[in-house]
Design a protein around this ligand. Structure first.
Ligand code: ATP
Length: 256
């Protein structure tokens, strides 16, 4: 990893909400073109950390650089090179997808072809559909498309697959991998360990505002195994999710 460019550098980040310390002096780097995952239980400080990097929330102390730009002094420049997934409530429910894309590109001040953006997330067939008529997986794909409007260097996805069925989740993993393969760095949060293992190049476990481990999924698992850890029960060769996927197919479906 030595020759990799650092896209995000976080040093000793602290965030206090009044007396409560939500982020307790964390440090980590995100490299160019990796999928980096922040994992941890509810309330661990993942969203707070992301929002500070995205320049949407003030830090209490610490140093953060995004592609060499300071979050304090160059927030506007950072906004131009990142894509942030908005909460669904931010969309106008009665506009169709093409109209929403036009609205967002106007807000960013960039000229995009709405249909091309929709094709990137396989929603071209839904171009005339209203946002509120989309399935959960389609809504997530649409919101990922909006993060790509300004051709960002980095996108931030906060729990992108929460609430989706197994096929829709796997489709999103493919989409996120494809976006990375086209040169975008991806930072995401998730509660799903299988998702992190499949999707992320490196993960940081966050607990109570601290990073308690940071490495590739393989290294973290190898370290545990070499410490003598053994699963109590013999591991089954497949799980219930595999049965479900096998029965229902793993192709793109209309409704995910
Ligand atoms: N605006 C706020 N004012 C006060 N406390 C807050 C605020 N935002 C977050 N917190 C607290 O900071 C802690 C970290 O919250 P955060 O949303 O960053 O966690 P998270 O890891 O993203 O959790 P989740 O997985 O539930 O989204 C929580 O205890 C939360 O209650």
């Amino acid at each position: 990893m030595d020759d990799k460019k650092v896209m995000i550098s976080v040093k000793n980040l602290v965030k206090k909400y009044d007396d409560f310390i939500a982020v307790q002096g964390i440090s980590f780097d995100v490299y160019e073109n990796e999928i980096f995952g922040l994992l941890g239980p509810n309330g661990a400080g993942k969203t707070t950390t992301l929002e500070i990097i995205e320049t949407l929330r003030e830090k209490t102390s610490g140093e953060i650089f995004v592609d060499g730009l300071s979050v304090e002094k160059e927030a506007n420049k950072i906004k131009q090179i990142i894509g942030v997934q908005l909460q669904a409530a931010g969309y106008y429910p009665n506009l169709n997808l093409v109209e929403l894309m036009e609205l967002f590109s106007g807000l960013y001040g960039v000229d995009i072809k709405p249909m091309e953006m929709l094709e990137k997330v396989n929603l071209q067939d839904k171009a005339k559909a209203k946002y509120k008529a989309l399935s959960g997986g389609q809504k997530q794909r649409f919101s990922i498309a909006t993060t790509l409007i300004n051709s960002p260097k980095i996108i931030f996805l906060d729990e992108p697959t929460t609430g989706l069925d197994p096929q829709a989740r796997r489709n999103l993993w493919d989409l996120i991998t494809e976006i990375r393969n086209q040169g975008t760095t991806v930072v995401l949060t998730t509660h799903y360990m299988d998702e992190a293992e499949q999707l992320c190049d490196r993960v940081a476990f966050v607990e109570r505002g601290e990073i308690i481990a940071l490495d590739t999924p393989d290294n973290l698992i190898d370290q545990l195994v070499s410490s003598g850890f053994e699963r109590k029960k013999e591991v089954k060769k497949a799980n219930l999710e595999d049965v479900f996927i096998n029965l229902t197919g793993k192709e793109w479906r209309e409704d995910n």
